[in-house]
Design a protein around this ligand. Structure first.
Ligand code: HEC
Ligand code: HEC
Length: 265
C-alpha cells in the first residue's frame, strides 16, 4: 500500500483517480496515457468480436462476467502493445483456469487489442468507471430497431414482459441481460420433439446432446435417449434468436437498444 500512496501523493495522476489501482497497474496506466488512441474501425471490429466470443466470460465491457476476470484492470492487458501480450493468451488459452484457446488471425487479435486498449483508456479518462457512460445511444433509434430489424416485438413487449426492465437492472446489468439472456440459474431448456424411424414422437426438455446421442426428459420426468442418426429431431432453443442477434448487432444497434431499454421504467 505504501508505495502507491507515496507515488500518488506527489504527482498529478492522483487527481485522475489512479490511486484506486495497485502500483503495477498505475505504472502501466501512466504509460498508457501517452499512447495513441487506436483507429475507430479496428475498435469496432474488435468490439463485435469481443462481445460475441469473450463477452460471456469477461463481460461485454470487459469488466468481468461469468467466471472471467475484469480485463480493464488487468496488468497484462494494460501492458499490451497491439496484441503482443493478449495474443498468446487468446491462442493458447488457459485451459486449466477455465479459458479456452481460440484460433484467431493476427488481424483479429489486433482488433481485439484495439478494443481493449480503448476500454482501458476510457477507464482512466473518466476517472474510473461510470455505468451511465454506457448509455450513449439514441433511444428513438433503439425503439425503431426493437420494432423493426431486431424483431424484438415478436417475443417481447415494452408494456408487457419488459415493462420496468430499465428500473429492475442498472445499465450494466441490462446490457448483459439483453446480450446474454441465457446466463444464470433461470436458464430455460430447449424443447425437443424426437421422432424415431418407426415409432411415435416423444417430446420433452433437452437433457444432453452431442454428435451421436440425443437425450430428453419428458413431462413425467422420464429420461429417454437415442442414437442421433436413428431419429428425426425438432429442437427449439428459446435463446436461439438471441444467439443469432449477437452475430448481427452493429455497435450502434447495441448502444441504441440499451438507450431505449433504460427508458422502460
Ligand atoms: C469460458 C470463459 C472464457 C472465455 C470465453 C474467454 N476467457 Fe479470457 N479468461 C478466462 C479466465 C477464467 C481467465 C483467467 C485465467 C487465469 O486465472 O489465469 C481468463 C484470462 C484472460 C486474459 C488474461 C488476463 C490476465 O490478467 O492475466 C486475457 C487477456 C483474456 N482472458 C482474454 C480473452 C479474450 C480476448 C477472449 C475472447 C477471444 C477470452 N478471454 C475468452 C475465461 C474466458
Ligand atoms: C424468438 C424470441 C425472442 C426474440 C426475437 C428476442 N428475445 Fe429477448 N428473450 C427471449 C427469451 C426466451 C428470453 C429469456 C426470458 C427468461 O429467461 O426469462 C429473453 C430475454 C430478454 C431480456 C432479459 C429480460 C429479463 O427480465 O431478464 C431482454 C432485456 C431481452 N430479451 C431483450 C430483447 C431485445 C432487445 C430483442 C431484440 C433485439 C430480443 N430480446 C429479441 C426471447 C426473444
Amino acid at each position: 500500500m505504501l508505495p502507491v500512496l507515496q507515488r500518488c501523493a506527489g504527482i498529478a495522476w492522483a487527481a485522475l483517480g489512479l490511486c484506486c489501482f495497485g502500483a503495477a497497474q498505475m505504472d502501466a496506466q501512466v504509460h498508457l496515457l501517452s499512447r495513441p488512441i487506436p483507429a475507430a474501425d479496428a475498435v469496432e471490429r474488435g468490439q463485435k468480436k469481443f462481445v460475441a466470443t469473450c463477452g460471456f466470460c469477461h463481460g461485454a465491457n470487459a469488466k468481468g462476467g461469468e467466471g472471467g476476470p475484469d480485463l480493464v484492470r488487468s496488468v497484462l492487458v494494460l501492458d499490451d502493445e497491439n496484441g503482443d501480450r493478449i495474443g498468446p493468451v487468446i491462442l493458447k488459452g488457459r485451459p486449466d483456469k477455465g479459458m479456452p484457446a481460440f484460433s484467431f488471425s493476427p488481424a483479429e487479435i489486433s482488433d481485439i487489442a484495439a478494443f481493449l486498449r480503448v476500454r482501458t483508456q476510457d477507464a482512466i479518462n473518466r476517472f474510473g468507471y461510470k455505468t451511465l457512460d454506457l448509455v450513449t445511444g439514441d433511444a428513438k433509434a433503439g425503439q425503431a430497431f426493437f420494432k423493426g430489424d431486431g424483431k424484438c416485438s415478436t417475443c417481447h413487449s415494452p408494456s408487457g414482459d419488459l415493462a420496468g426492465v430499465g428500473a429492475k437492472y442498472d445499465p450494466e446489468k441490462l446490457q448483459s441481460k439483453f446480450l446474454y439472456p441465457a446466463t444464470g440459474s433461470a436458464r430455460q431448456p430447449s424443447q425437443v420433439v424426437v421422432t424415431p424411424a418407426n415409432g411415435a414422437a416423444v417430446s420433452g426438455n433437452l437433457e444432453f446432446q452431442d454428435d451421436f446421442t440425443i437425450a430428453i426428459r419428458d413431462a413425467e420426468g422420464y429420461y429417454h435417449s437415442w442414437p442421433r442418426q436413428d431419429v428425426k429431431l425438432d429442437i427449439r432453443d428459446p435463446y436461439a434468436a438471441h444467439a443469432e442477434l449477437l452475430r448481427r448487432y452493429s455497435d450502434a444497434d447495441m448502444h441504441n437498444l440499451l438507450a431505449y431499454l433504460v427508458t422502460l421504467k
